[in-house]
Design a protein around this ligand. Sequence first.
Ligand code: HEC
Length: 155
Amino acid sequence: MNRWRRHLGWALFVVGISTLHILSLPQSNAQEDQNFDRLTAEDRQALQKRFAKELWPLLTRHERDGCVGCHAGAKIVSALRMTGDIDKDFPMLIKQGFFIPDDAGSLLGRMLDKDPKRIMPPPAKDPKFKRPHWTAKELALLRAFVIDLDKRQKK
Ligand code: HEC
C-alpha cells in the first residue's frame, strides 16, 4: 500500500512540475514578438510608396489631434508607438499587425469602433471641441489598402 502511495506521490509531482512549466511559458512575450509581416521586399516597398501617397498625409495631419501627432507624443500610453518617420512607422505597423483586416485593434478597427472609450481619435476633454474624424471616403482608402496588403501576404 505504501509503495503505491509513493508512486502516486511521484506521479502527482511530475504532473505538477509539467503544469508549472507550461504555465511559466512566456505567452505574452510570444505575442509581442509576433511578426505579422509576410510580404516580399518588393511588395513592401511598393505598398510603402502607395501608403506615403494615400494615407500618410491623413495620419500626420491635425498635429497633436491627429493620429501620428498624438501617437508619437512623449506622454502617450499606448501599444501604438509612432515616430513620425514613415520609414520606421510603416514597417512597424505591418509587423505589429495594425493592418490586419477586421481586427478590432487595427488602425481601421479603432477608427470604426462605436465605443466612445475606444474610437480614434478619442473624444477631447473639452466637450466643445471635436477632434476631426476621417471621412467615409478616407476610411474607404484605408480599407482598400488593408485588403490589398493582406492579399500580398504570403500564406
Ligand atoms: C489625442 C491623442 C490620440 C489621438 C489624436 C489618436 N489616438 Fe489612438 N490612442 C490614444 C491612446 C491614449 C490610446 C491607448 C488607449 C486606448 O487603447 O484607447 C490609443 C490607442 C490606439 C490604438 C490601439 C493600440 C493598441 O494598444 O493596440 C490604435 C490602433 C489607435 N489608437 C489608432 C489611432 C488612429 C488611427 C488615430 C487617428 C485617426 C488615433 N489613434 C488618434 C490616443 C490618441
